[in-house]
Ligand binder design. Structure first.
Ligand SMILES: C[S@@+](CC[C@H](N)C(=O)[O-])C[C@H]1O[C@@H](n2cnc3c(N)ncnc32)[C@H](O)[C@@H]1O
Length: 272
């Protein structure tokens, strides 16, 4: 099969990133990764992937910017209300029976989902005996997550999402305001440990009762999805829960043999 120059340059760019920076994007869903890198080419006023490769191999700051473009950071608090309602009503009552609860939140981006889970745990009286290990490939978003502050203009939308997901307390319980910034209360942050972790190349994480990895697998090809679901399943304790995003599924993967479907509609699985 003859490849056109652009295809060869694209593959070589991914290989170069892997060899130089240790980030393996070779098994990301090709078409969408390529679209993001093409957009970055245009932004950087470069004519080809080879030019991009030359710069990425030599300029660490430029590579950091590229990493931001490659990894999609869309996230929201209580994104996908039915999922959070099910976490509150179906999963937390089972986790309540454990003396301590470890949660691995993989691909957590800027932390919106992590704090949503922290709020659910607090309302269920489980926060004090929980530890949330929140990880992402991108160190820059983890710093934003640690800061846990939002423009006040976002509070209205966050309050609505909290209520849609079944929240009944005043959402203002969870932040304080200064100037035009809302700061999440320290109590929500204290049992969260942020760390970089690459799902494509790093090992299984901890012995967790709950693993949440939503809207991350959609960026991976089938082989990498399988690898990652296997990795997350190995990180789960017996009968632990695995939560995927609404457009994701373990049903077509080989690794599904280790999982039961717990709530099909909101993509919650349980380790067999
Ligand atoms: C679209 S965001 C999803 C954020 C959040 N889970 C949600 O659903 O709102 C995808 C996240 O996956 C992270 N990511 C991409 N590739 C990754 C990898 N190989 N290992 C860990 N995280 C990765 C990105 O940096 C980004 O923060």
């Amino acid at each position: 099969m003859m490849l056109i120059a652009d295809d060869i340059e694209f593959d070589l760019l991914l290989e170069a990133i892997w060899l130089k920076h240790g980030y393996d994007f070779r098994h990301y869903a090709k078409a969408s990764l390529r679209r993001r890198l093409e957009a970055f080419l245009v932004k950087s006023s470069m004519p080809s992937f080879s030019h991009l490769q030359y710069r990425m191999l030599r300029d660490p700051l430029f590579f950091e910017r590229a990493l931001d473009e490659i990894t999609v950071q869309t996230t929201e608090m209580f994104r996908d209300a039915p999922f959070f309602a099910s976490l509150r009503n179906d999963v937390l009552p089972i986790l309540q029976t454990y003396p301590s609860i470890n949660i691995w939140h993989a691909g957590c981006s800027t932390g919106d989902e992590v704090y949503s889970v922290a709020i659910l745990l607090k309302e269920a009286g489980l926060y004090e005996r929980s530890t949330i290990y929140a990880t992402d490939i991108n160190p820059v978003v983890l710093q934003t997550a640690k800061d846990a502050k939002y423009p006040i203009s976002r509070i209205k939308e966050m309050t609505k999402a909290y209520q849609l997901a079944g929240g009944t307390l005043p959402f203002s319980n969870y932040y304080t305001c200064k100037d035009d910034t809302a700061y999440l209360i320290p109590e929500l942050k204290k049992n969260i440990v942020y760390n970089t972790h690459n799902l494509a190349t790093d090992e299984a994480f901890i012995d967790a009762q709950l693993v949440i990895c939503r809207n991350v697998l959609i960026y991976f090809d089938r082989d990498l999805q399988d690898h990652v679901v296997g990795l997350m399943t190995r990180s789960l304790s017996h009968r632990g829960f695995l939560c995927l995003g609404s457009k994701e599924s373990a049903s077509f993967l080989k690794s599904k043999v280790h999982l039961d479907t717990f709530r099909k509609d909101v993509k919650i699985y349980r380790k067999l």
